[in-house]
Design a protein around this ligand. Structure first.
Ligand code: FUB
Length: 318
């Protein structure tokens, strides 16, 4: 009888555990998800929150890489990149995105520039490169790709954060980024040089965290938005990556227990997935965030259905 009870209890807890996938990473605090699919595997590039429970700002020492082939079990490859990889950088490891092109993995990161002969500090975007999705990664340029000068008028110059990179079907690469306004510029084929002028966009309610991609004939600019409230996720669409962008609305409401959230979108084995972060792990919060994933659905006209945030998460892909 005792044995039967124990077995039932174990089955019960196994079922509960299987049903509660979110957050998908529970052994460390992670933020700013960036997924890609490479050779049948999802690789997830993340920020890493290490601030104390009482902290009132970020402490983000490095970026991690995870992988999964079923969207439920995630392998942690550890901290594969940090601002110290870039001789010109200092400070936190903010949002980043890794993409595959021409046989290499380019990891575009936002961090902060040292006060030196090239910059007086402030946010900056760098690029790391590797032959493998899990590194080793090295600085691809030896200097920042985008620098936001810190000046007396702009003592907190952190406009140039949160890169997202998109390569169109005609092989033209684009870099979008920014806090406060969304900027974009063409990238040269080598992925490490800007190719033309920077254009500034002001999508409705835009704050930060852009994620740009194409689905069928439509281009999507998904971003973290805010007014006086914590961030939500809103989006625009366009028929060209250069715009004009049409505002389409809110796709995700505020997330529990975190002021920020951040979109990361991928299609894998026939389904669309929406990654984001919240602050729901025990002792979690705005500076101790956790990445979750839920399904994403589109209407027939390409508009995105409202994301339903769940603790159950997504089912294991067979
Ligand atoms: O994680 C640090 C910053 O918070 C990111 O760069 C923003 O997108 C927000 O998530």
């Amino acid at each position: 009888m005792k044995r039967k009870l124990l077995t039932s209890a174990l089955v019960f807890f196994a079922v509960i555990n299987l049903q509660a996938q979110n957050p998908i990473i529970k052994h460390i605090f992670t933020a700013d998800p960036s997924p890609i699919v490479y050779k049948d595997t999802v690789f997830l590039y993340t920020g890493h929150d290490t601030a104390s429970v009482t902290a009132t700002n970020y402490k983000m020492p490095d970026w991690h890489v995870f992988s999964s082939t079923d969207m439920v079990n995630w392998k942690d490859y550890g901290a594969l990149l940090s601002p110290s990889t870039f001789s010109w950088a200092t400070g936190d490891a903010y949002a980043a995105q890794c993409i595959f092109r021409n046989g290499k993995f380019y990891w575009f990161v936002s961090t902060f520039h040292k006060n030196d002969e090239n910059s007086k500090g402030g946010a900056a975007i760098g690029v790391a490169v590797s032959d493998s999705p899990t590194g080793p990664f090295k600085d691809a340029i030896g200097k920042a790709l985008v620098i936001n000068e810190m000046t007396k008028d702009k003592p907190h110059a952190w406009d140039d954060i949160d890169p997202t990179v998109f390569v169109d079907d005609d092989n033209q690469g684009y870099l979008f980024w920014g806090n406060g306004s969304c900027k974009w510029v063409k990238l040269k084929e080598n992925m490490i040089e800007l190719d033309g002028p920077i254009t500034v966009l002001n999508p409705l309610h835009y704050i930060e965290g852009p994620w740009v991609y194409k689905r069928k004939d439509l281009y999507y600019l998904v971003y973290a938005s805010a007014g006086t409230k914590p961030e939500m996720i809103e989006y625009c669409t366009a028929t060209k990556p250069t715009g004009p962008w049409t505002y389409r609305g809110i796709i995700q409401d505020n997330v529990p227990n975190s002021f920020t959230t951040h979109p990361g979108i991928v299609d894998y084995k026939g389904k669309s997935y929406f990654f984001y972060h919240n602050g729901v792990l025990p002792t979690g919060g705005s500076y101790r965030r956790s990445i979750c994933v839920d399904y994403m659905y589109y209407n027939a006209d390409g508009t995105i259905k409202k994301i339903v945030q769940t603790t159950k998460g997504v089912a294991a892909v067979k």
